[in-house]
Design a protein around this ligand. Structure first.
Ligand code: F6P
Length: 366
């Protein structure tokens, strides 16, 4: 009888998810007696009253490494330990459905789960591992904020998209002598903003790890203009913090969503600069989910495929409770426990790329 692996994609979608799924399915097929099943919409496929799973054979995964999103769908709300349930009166309660999940895994004869997700998903993986579930994690997120790995897949695609945006904004900024603020994703980690500022050649880069002083940014802008001529490009992470540590966004409204909906950091900075008397025309562009959608670049397809292959290999070797990681030049693994200990943030003191950016004059507003 073939052994069954359940594949789950959790959290926000990310370019490369499908390439991981394809890597798992193709390597399992070559190995022999395995059946791969996709759990639809993260764990919800096994947590809802009606089970929703889909077979993942070579037919379903043919050519999907090129496709954005995830063919098995995802959600960043809830999970087995906090599943939102609507009561007949319309109100919502959060239920722990982990026992239901265990029961259904047993009934379906699932040998192991491969959970492709970011920090939230890998915390769930660890909790499930503690309950005895055979589970392997795969690091996903455009934010690149998971530790123990050189890169999460999806990050480089987001950087490519954001760098392309800076390239476009530079020409229009220069033509109109404008200041352009590009707001990019990055909830707590400034990796996308930092790499984009370096790749696109921005003048200012604001990241969550370094609270910014708008006065310093106004001074930097002044150095970019001579007799009214000039332009300035600013990249700001959505999770940017002012000197009081405040972020910009709105409270979550969806049930089961714990996070502030970030947005508006660019507009806030524009307002602050105008209040400080900056006279130049300041325009704000918010890149938003364009950074997450669409075709993964080759780098992410390659990394994601190798992650999928390794995840299957770990299941085969029964090395459960681990997450696949990339430690150049090796695709290897680390215990989930270690991964969730601390996130991967830009070190404001000695990150090599941050230091390089500073050495070419990029201001971080500090
Ligand atoms: O974690 C990835 C990410 O894209 C963050 O950069 C961003 O804050 C968040 O997801 C947005 O999530 P949502 O699509 O639910 O608004």
């Amino acid at each position: 009888m073939s052994k069954r692996i359940l594949v789950v994609t959790g959290g926000g979608d990310c370019p490369g998810l499908n390439a991981v799924i394809r890597g798992i399915v193709k390597s399992a097929k070559l190995d022999g007696n395995w059946e791969i099943i996709g759990c639809v919409e993260s764990y919800n496929g096994l947590l809802k009253d009606k089970i929703e799973v889909m077979p993942l054979t070579e037919k379903e995964v043919a050519g999907i490494h090129v496709k954005g999103g995830t063919i098995i769908k995802t959600t960043n709300k809830g999970g087995p330990f906090s599943f939102p349930v609507q009561l007949p009166d319309g109100s919502w309660v959060i239920e722990d459905r982990s026992q239901l999940l265990l029961q259904r895994l047993e009934e379906m004869g699932i040998e192991a789960i491969i959970s492709i997700g970011g920090d939230g998903s890998q915390k769930i993986s660890l909790e499930l591992a503690k309950l005895g579930v055979n589970i392997i994690g795969v690091p996903k997120t455009i934010d690149n904020d998971l530790s123990c790995t050189d890169f999460t897949f999806g990050f480089q695609t987001a950087v490519e998209i954001a760098t392309d945006a800076v390239d476009k904004l530079v020409t229009t900024a220069e033509s109109h002598n404008r200041v352009f603020i590009l707001e990019v994703m990055g909830r707590n980690a400034g990796w996308i903003a930092l790499y984009t500022a370096l790749g696109g050649g921005a003048d200012v880069c604001i990241i969550p790890e370094i609270p910014y002083d708008p006065k310093i940014i106004a001074e930097k802008i002044a150095t970019r203009y001579k007799g009214g001529e000039g332009f300035c490009n600013i990249v700001i992470a959505e999770g940017a913090r002012d000197m009081t540590g405040q972020v910009t966004g709105t409270a979550p409204t969806a049930i089961g969503d714990e996070h502030i909906k970030l947005g508006g950091a660019g507009d806030k900075l524009k307002y602050e600069l105008e209040q400080l008397g900056v006279q130049h025309d300041i325009r704000v562009t918010v890149l938003g989910h364009l950074q997450r959608g669409g075709i993964p670049i080759a780098y992410d397809r390659i990394l994601a495929t190798a992650y999928g292959v390794k995840a299957f290999e770990l299941v085969k070797e029964k090395k459960y409770g681990n997450m696949v990681v990339y430690n150049h030049p090796e695709i290897t693994y680390v215990p989930l426990k270690k991964v969730v200990e601390k996130p991967n943030f830009v070190n404001p003191k000695n990150d090599s790329f941050l230091c390089a950016a500073k050495k070419i004059g990029i201001s971080f507003g500090d």
